[in-house]
Design a protein around this ligand. Structure first.
Ligand SMILES: [Zn+2]
Length: 138
C-alpha cells in the first residue's frame, strides 16, 4: 500500500466498489436512476429523489464547479501523505451532470480557489483495486 499512498484508504464494499474500481481505470461512475435520471452520490441502495431501486452505474463527465471549499493548513490526521501536501483544498464539487461530491482540488494556489471555479477530475491509483478522482482547475 505504501507504494500508492500514505493517506487513509477508503473502506470498499459491494455497494461502493464500482466507484473505486472505475476510478482506478480513469473513469468517474455514479448510480443513475432509470426512472427519474437522478444521479446518486454517495452510492445507496435506492434513488435519493424517487426511492426507486433501479439504479445503473453510469459514466459521468468528470467536470463541474466548486460549490464550497475549505483550506486545511493543519490537517488533524497523522498521515504523512496529507502532511506533505499542506495546505490541502477540500471541496464540494457540483458536477455538470447533477451530483455533488467531495473531492480534493490540487494544482491550485489556495489564494485562487473560489466558489464557481471550473474544475475537472484526474485519477490517481491508491491501491491494487482502487483509484480516486482528484480535481484541478480546468
Ligand atoms: Zn429516481
Amino acid at each position: 500500500m505504501a507504494d500508492f499512498t500514505d493517506k487513509p484508504l477508503p473502506e470498499i464494499n459491494d455497494l461502493t466498489r464500482p466507484f473505486w474500481t472505475a476510478a482506478k481505470e480513469g473513469r468517474l461512475v455514479m448510480q443513475k436512476c432509470t426512472h427519474c435520471d437522478t444521479v446518486n452520490f454517495h452510492p445507496k441502495p435506492w434513488c435519493i429523489e424517487c426511492g426507486s431501486r433501479d439504479l445503473q452505474w453510469t459514466d459521468i463527465e468528470p467536470e463541474g464547479s466548486v460549490y464550497s471549499f475549505t483550506i486545511s493548513r493543519t490537517v488533524a490526521m497523522n498521515f504523512q501523505g496529507w502532511q506533505d501536501e499542506l495546505p490541502v483544498l477540500f471541496c464540494l464539487i457540483d458536477l455538470d451532470e447533477g451530483a455533488r461530491m467531495y473531492a480534493q482540488v490540487t494544482h491550485c494556489n489556495p489564494d485562487d480557489i473560489h466558489i464557481g471555479m471550473r474544475v475537472r477530475a484526474y485519477f490517481q491509483p491508491i491501491s491494487d483495486e482502487a483509484g480516486i478522482p482528484i480535481f484541478r482547475p480546468s
